[in-house]
Design a protein around this ligand. Structure first.
Ligand SMILES: [Zn+2]
Ligand SMILES: [Zn+2]
Length: 306
């Protein structure tokens, strides 16, 4: 009898939530790395899949190995492939530890791998591109932890001017009149490892179009374990969905021991009918593939109609 070859690596999770792709891998305790290619950003770098190298920005939720294990590799490999310096955004409370880790690898490799490290305080903002920024906020875990909201900045005509003709508006503007107001539109929120708390109910989180969040426990008997590890339980998700305005809530950080079918059933039990369709599991490859095929078919049908 010949020995068997090793098991194949599992593929990346993928969801198309227009206009964003949410892709990557996330298994509790093993590795989490979630990429939004449209924003040039990865949340966490527990390991570094090939696709993740292309993102110029990484936002770290906390320092546990399953969220930072691939970070030094990300920096080193980007240098090796001539992709430029990556920018790593993190909670200011872990900045020096992240720096020490990356400098440790510089010493080991006998090469100065460049990286930009940007620490954020509570509610501090980092600009990703012209009108889009990343806002950090504290969450609650067994290590210092940070969640993020991606905010789009828009300007809108003040309501009192909406009926004014263009030339009148131009005239007012030329006179130095402030005719617009600034709007902050939350696009995506990411909650790394966290217990439930007021951070789940922040305005920017509740108003985000997409929430990507951990959910580590599903069994009704595992609420105590969730509390001890400062993780979310399916019951927290059900409660949260009653007030969150998101079109999609993407669950990540499910453990390998959890059977996805069972987890979905346990979660669904506590959900309102109208919330069921809003919840996705990033690593449920079968369901997500079927969903994407449906999206393809719909896009093709729409194209034929045109
Ligand atoms: Zn974790
Ligand atoms: Zn953790």
């Amino acid at each position: 009898m010949l020995p068997k070859p090793p098991p194949r690596e599992s593929s990346l999770g993928f969801l198309y939530l227009p206009p964003y792709r949410v892709q990557g891998l996330s298994v509790a305790g093993e590795a989490t790395c979630i990429q939004i290619p449209e924003l040039d950003l990865c949340f966490d770098m527990g390991s570094c899949p090939r696709a993740a190298l292309a993102s110029n920005f990484v936002a770290l939720s906390h320092g546990h190995m399953d969220h930072v294990g691939g970070l030094a590799y990300y920096c080193s490999q980007r240098r090796f492939q001539g992709m430029g310096d990556g920018t790593i955004v993190c909670d200011a409370r872990i900045e020096s530890d992240v720096r020490t880790m990356l400098e440790g690898f510089q010493a080991l490799e006998r090469q100065v791998t460049p990286f930009n490290l940007v620490p954020l305080q509570e509610d501090e903002v980092f600009k990703l591109k012209n009108n889009v920024s990343l806002k950090g906020f504290h969450t609650e875990h067994t290590a210092p932890s940070m969640g993020y909201s991606i905010i789009e900045h828009r300007t809108k005509l003040k309501p009192e001017y909406t009926d004014f003709p263009q030339e009148k508006l131009r005239e007012l503007k030329n006179r130095g009149e402030e005719i617009t107001r600034n709007l902050e539109v939350p696009l995506i929120s990411y909650l790394g490892d966290t217990a439930a708390g007021s951070h789940l109910l922040r305005d920017d989180v509740l108003k985000s179009k997409i929430i990507i969040t951990e959910c580590t426990f599903f069994d009704p008997g595992h609420r105590g374990r969730a509390n001890i590890g400062k993780h979310l339980h399916a019951a927290d998700i059900a409660e949260w969905l009653r007030v969150a305005e998101c079109d999609a809530m993407v669950l990540v950080h499910v453990s390998r021991r959890t059977h996805l079918g069972e987890a979905r059933a346990q979660l669904t039990e506590g959900l309102r009918e109208e919330d069921i369709g809003r919840v996705h599991f990033l690593m449920d490859h079968r369901t997500n593939r079927m969903r994407y095929e449906q999206q393809l078919a719909e896009a093709e049908a729409a194209h034929v109609k045109v």
